[in-house]
Structures are given as structure tokens and as C-alpha cells.
Ligand binder design. Sequence first.
Ligand code: SAM
Ligand code: SF4
Length: 471
Amino acid sequence: MFWIRDKENQKPFIKEDEIFNLLEETKSPSKLKVRDIIQKSLSKERLNPDEVATLLNVEDDDTLEEIFEGARTLKRNVYGNRIVFFAPLYIGNKCINNCEYCGFRSSNTEIYRNSLSFEQLEKEVKVLEDKGHKRLILVYGEHPDYDADFIAKTVETVYKTKNRNGEIRRVNINAAPQTINDYKKIKEVGIGTFQIFQETYHFDTYKKVHPKGPKSSYIWRLYGLDRAVVAGIDDVGIGALFGLYDYKFEVMGLLYHTIHLEERFGFGPHTISFPRIEPALNTPLSEQPPYLVNDNEFKKIVAILRLAVPYTGLILTAREPSHIRNEVLKLGVSQIDAGSNIGIGAYSTEDQQAYKKSQFTLGDQRSLDAVINELAIEGYLPSFCTACYRMGRTGEHFMEFAIPGFVKRFCTPNAILTLLEYAQDYAPENTRISIEKRIEEELKVMKEGPLKEKLLERMDLVKAGRRDLYF
Ligand code: SAM
Ligand code: SF4
């Protein structure tokens, strides 16, 4: 059993009985109590388990609206109106696990298995660069073909594939948990965030839906990001797949995971993801998830996560349809993908059979450009910034949160510079006009002074053809 290695520190830190008790004890909370908790979060403190359980137990629409308003306020006050863009790039769908919800599961005979060759990978990257992307997340099934050396080589290939004005400036990873030595190999090639979703924090459910392969070990996965941090990767992303078990328990699980990382390493996760199960080809559990999360519950999950861990980035993917994405963006999401295609090789081939190689179906099929245009019109500031990672400022969301003035000094100017690049290099006329208008509005509210002068100078340089300028 090659996966039961690096067994250090393997006490489960998800205390199930404690979670059930807290969820029981905090039922029917008073409005006053809920307001106090929201206030604590607005003063930028991470919430404790009893407080999050209390928020999760709010069921009446009025008090829920106060939670939503709290999340919107926190998002506005701390992070402003920026939304960072990324694209997923699926490298291969071979898999030795049999996760019951996933189209890539080993017993799925209807899916067409393949992996990108390095030449195909270059082609995919060029197509994404041609759309304007600067930040990718590479996604892999779990298979001996996708070992750490292979993952490292794919990351190197992405960084060195350049196209016209395009280049990928930050590569994140969503792959199987690794050993410490293997994480070191992956870190060496310069990755951003390493993501692992626990899927469900509920042990018995976990065991049931992960019957086979390395992923059947709950604890190996639970400590997967600990090993990443020990290996020197300090941007790590956690997540839960909603629909497998009670959403309230899963939110508590994400919080316990966060507290564990804080206690052990002095910092929490860089990002939290909260995918809902989507239908996957020939995968019955994905058609009828046992704990289906409806749209209102989904909004509640996002708002409570925003308030519970105010310093993390929240990632929302194109699994969700556009009307839901538009709503939850306001509640505190900081990163989204757009123009995504999750078929293997499907960006460069426009393969009509791509769904046969896909993990699940996407809810939002709008192009990157359509989303940028829409968000710019709505007053968001779309951003392709990757500056922190390249300046060695790890934990970008934490800095935005913790360092007074950080967003004004770095994030907003960098968002403007990268959005201007997008307008110059990729946007059609109508989007370019929306972006120019949007940037004008941002500049109007920016304080006069040396920073603004420097930004205006750099904007002129970008207009004259210079690229990749940042603060
Ligand atoms: N194979 C690796 C693993 O499982 O960790 C990494 C890649 S896996 C393709 C990425 C994530 O996709 C999983 O962690 C899971 O949360 C999510 N996923 C799997 N099946 C899904 C489905 N039917 N709908 C939505 N998300 C799904
Ligand atoms: Fe494989 Fe990951 Fe899908 Fe599970 S979720 S079957 S490990 S690709």
C-alpha cells in the first residue's frame, strides 16, 4: 500500500462528535447573537466553531439576509471589487481511484481515457494565452503516469510556452496528495497554490464514496496539505464537494481544517473551494447526490465561509450556472474561471466528443471575454494579476486582508495594469470600451499622489506596448 507513507502526526483533527454537539447546541439562535458574530467577522477576526455553527443554524429569511449583507460588506471593505481570473487545464483523466461521484472513476468504461502529450499541452496553453489568461490550474487524475516528475514537467512546459504577447505567469495545481519528497520536486518548478479537496470531512461517508485506490485513505488525504507545507509549499487550497453529506457538517469540517493549519503552521489555507456535485457521464451518484444543496443553501454556504475565514480567497468555478455565479460573486468570491473547457485537449481541438473525456458538465459556458465585459459593466474590476507570487509575496489573500492599505497599494493598480493589457491585446471593441470606462471610474476615486502618478506612467507604457508591469 504505497500511499500509507509519511504517517507523521496522523490524529484526525476533525472532531465529529464535537461538530454534531455544536450544531445541536446552537439551534434557533437569536438575531442579537447572530449580529454579534457578524460584527466579530467584520472586525476581521476568524470565527470559532461555536460561532460558525450558530450561523449555520440560521434558517429564517430575515436573519439570513443579515448574514448575506455581512458577507457583502466584508468583501467590499477588505477586498474591494476585484475578481481574479484563472482557467482550468485538464492534463489527463486516467485514474486508479473509484470516487463514486466522478466521471474519471476507474470503473467508468464509457469515458474515453487520455493524457496530453507535451506537444498537445503546448497547444492548449497557446490557446489559453491567446484568450488572455495568465493564471492556470492544472488538473490531473490520480495515476502512476502522473507522478511528481510528470507534474513538474507539465508545470515547466506551461511556463516556457509563450505566444505573441501571452504567457502564463502563475500555475496552480489540483492533483492527488503527494509525499513530502514529491511535493519538493513540484515546488522546485515554481507552483502557486497546491489544492486538495477533502470532498467530505465525514469519515463514514468518505469511506463509502472512496472505495478503492490511494484515495480510500481518509487520513492520507486529510494530511495531504500538511505535507505540502512541510515540503515548503505555503500556498495551499482546501475544499469540500457539496452534495455528499450534510452541508453544515462540511462547512464545519472546512473550519476545523483551517484551524488545524493555523495551529500547526501559523497560517491557514490560501483558498477555499466549495464545488457542488455536477452531473458526470455514466455516474449515477452525480445525477442524484445524496445531500443535494439547493441554490439558497449554496448562497448561505458562501456567505458563511466568507464570514468564518475572512482572510482566505474563495474560489467559484464554472461548474455553477451564470445566474448563481453573478449572485454569489457579491458574497465574497475572489477568484473565478471563465471560458473554461474541461475536456482533455478540448481548448485546442474544439472536440465535439470532449464531454466523453470530461469529469463533469459545466454550468457556465460563457467565454472569458463575455464574462469580463459583463463584470466590467457591473462595476467589478477584473484582474489578471500574478504579482505577489512573482515578488515572493506568498499568501496574497492573507496580505490583502492583513496589511492595511495593501489592496490600494498593490492589488488595485495591478488589476488596472493587467486589465489594460487584456483590453489592448485580446478584447474586442465592445469589451475594450467597457474596460476603458471601468478603468476611468477606478482612477477617478483613486487618491491623488505619487502612487497614482506612477500608475498613470505605467499605463502609458502598457499602451505603448510594454507588458508585465506591476507593483
Ligand atoms: N484527482 C485528484 C483528486 O481527486 O484530488 C485531482 C483532480 S479531481 C479531477 C478535482 C476535483 O474535482 C475533486 O477534488 C472533486 O472535488 C471534484 N469533482 C469530482 N467529481 C465531480 C463532479 N461530479 N462534480 C463536481 N466536482 C467534481
Ligand atoms: Fe480520480 Fe480525482 Fe476523479 Fe477521484 S475525483 S476519480 S481521484 S480524478
